[in-house]
Design a protein around this ligand. Structure first.
Ligand code: NAD
Length: 479
């Protein structure tokens, strides 16, 4: 049985307690690996390795840092097929998505922040009697904790800026998607990253993750995951005065106006709702449609969604794969049941689907469309994080904005209209960290990424990430 070990000080090692967690392929229901169930002892080893490496890495010439990080990017590209396959085995997502979207983006993350290592600069402020300059210094040992939905993509989104700005990292992927993170260790060795600069701890959040957050020597935590976990982490890290970046859940609205490009909007809404089986934090789940086109849009959307090809994630034609686990499948089904109890009507899907052959015991649910629910009900307020969307009607701009903002979350929204002036005005009134107009998931890695309210604190991306992973020190010289 394949064992997924910790990667500490440049070598793969067993967890100190020799305890293991079963890893299940959710598309087949079969165990395909055992993962190290790490605890505080492993985190301590990783911390010691990171401290030993910090002096050398933080004082590296940026050119050298650039070369190593860029080489990691190239190696991710070279090993794309193996990484994509591992991602699909771990998560049940279509192989095509892993190959064409996720692994290339992991490579881009390293390439982008490799260049950031060369270009990062700080401010200077002159005054009548003095000049100030800001030193941006690495923090030391930092913790990066990431979720299962876009495993290597989100893991590298944190690690790359942390390394580019001169920190050493103790990182933990989700226990549900450990493999590509583990493979990254070998890639870092091949690229010449010094031992101890990146350490990868495998295991449960409540054990290995908590040990990273609680460690007094780990001075910053960059976390992506659920809002409930974010609350626990901030309750621990806050009183320890750690730097904290929290990228949390969402309940993202899509505002569809009567003057949208109907065909394109239907197609994009199907994509933004059901990509990765609805398990992307940025997926739209509250679809708000102007009443004059409601019935027409609904009919076209159902037609489009009913054509999604559901199947074995390894089949290159599959567009819609398995959910991450049997437990998650049960959770999503319980929300569909709740929606019915709350008065919703299921227009499409609403149940699990049993495939034949290899995937007979997989965790598959049909893409689900529901209408007739009140904006305040739990189905419309709580994050489901699966292939379930609700349709709601609005009459004009004010009502659209009110419905969109009727949420504790504030991650991402989309606006669909040909009236760009209106789209600009509405963008400024939406309480989300990201607004896409007539598009979705179009990403420029320089832009600030993150959410408001229950969707998180702080921003990732571009200089925001480089600033998060550095301490600003003002030096003042009197004239
Ligand atoms: P999760 O919160 O259960 O787990 C995320 C990570 O945190 C995992 O590695 C887990 O092991 C670890 N963890 C769990 N408990 C911990 C603790 N007490 N201390 C430290 N670490 C702990 O989330 P998930 O189920 O893996 O991911 C789904 C969630 O992530 C959804 O809510 C989704 O919206 C969110 N998400 C947000 C973004 C974003 O950028 N805002 C991106 C992707 C996913």
């Amino acid at each position: 049985m394949n064992k997924i070990l910790n990667f500490i000080d440049g070598v793969y090692i067993n967890p100190q307690n020799n305890e293991w967690i079963d890893k299940i392929n959710p598309a087949t229901g079969l165990k395909n690996a055992e993962i190290a169930s790490s605890d505080i002892q492993d985190v301590e080893l990783a911390f010691m390795a990171s401290q030993k490496a910090f002096e050398e890495w933080s004082s590296f010439n940026p050119n050298l840092r650039f070369r190593i990080l860029n080489r990691i990017s190239e190696l991710i590209e070279e090993k794309k097929s193996g990484l994509a396959l591992a991602e699909t085995y771990d998560t049940g997502k279509p192989l095509k998505l892993s190959e064409e979207f996720e692994i290339p983006r992991a490579a881009s993350n390293f390439r982008f922040f490799a260049t950031a290592a060369l270009q990062f600069a700080s401010e200077s402020h002159s005054n009548y009697n003095s000049i100030n300059y800001t030193l941006r210094q690495p923090i030391g040992s930092v913790g990066c904790i990431s979720p299962w939905n876009l495993p290597l993509y989100l893991f590298t989104w944190k690690i790359a800026p942390a390394l580019a700005s001169g920190n050493c990292v103790i990182a933990k992927p989700s226990e549900l998607s450990p493999t590509t993170a583990s493979m990254l260790g070998q890639i870092c060795n091949e690229a010449g990253l010094p031992n101890g600069v990146l350490n990868i701890i495998q295991g449960l959040g409540s054990r290995a993750g908590a040990a990273i957050v609680e460690h007094p020597g780990i001075k910053a935590i960059s976390f992506t995951g659920g809002t409930k976990t974010g609350k626990i982490i901030s309750s621990v890290a806050g009183p320890m005065f750690k730097k904290l970046s929290l990228e949390l859940g969402g309940k993202n609205p899509c505002l569809i106006f009567e003057d949208c490009d109907l065909e394109k909007t239907v197609s994009e809404v199907s994509r933004l709702a059901f990509s990765n089986q609805g398990q992307i934090c940025l997926c739209g789940s509250r679809i708000l449609i102007q009443e004059s086109i409601y019935e027409k849009f609904k009919k076209l959307l159902i037609e489009k969604v009913s054509k999604l090809r559901i199947g074995n994630p390894l089949d290159p034609n599959t567009q819609f794969g398995s959910l991450i686990s049997e437990d998650h499948k049960k959770k999503v089904l319980s929300y569909i049941q709740l929606a019915v109890e709350e008065g919703g009507t299921i227009l499409h899907g609403g149940q699990e689907i049993k495939l034949e052959g290899q995937c007979a015991n997989g965790s598959f649910i049909l893409p689900t469309i529901i209408e007739g629910l009140h904006a305040q009900c739990r189905t419309n307020q709580e994050e489901i994080f699966g292939p379930v969307i609700t349709l709601q009607k609005f009459s004009g701009d004010d009502e659209a904005i009110e419905l969109a903002n009727n949420s504790d979350y504030g991650l991402a929204s989309t606006i669909w209209t040909k009236n760009i002036n209106k789209a600009h005005q509405i963008s400024s009134k939406l309480n989300t960290g990201i607004v896409w107009i007539n598009c979705w998931l179009v990403r420029d890695l320089r832009t600030p990424f993150g959410g408001m309210n229950a969707s998180g604190v702080g921003r990732e991306g571009g200089w925001e990430a480089m600033r998060f992973f550095t301490e600003a020190k003002n030096v003042c010289i009197s004239y």
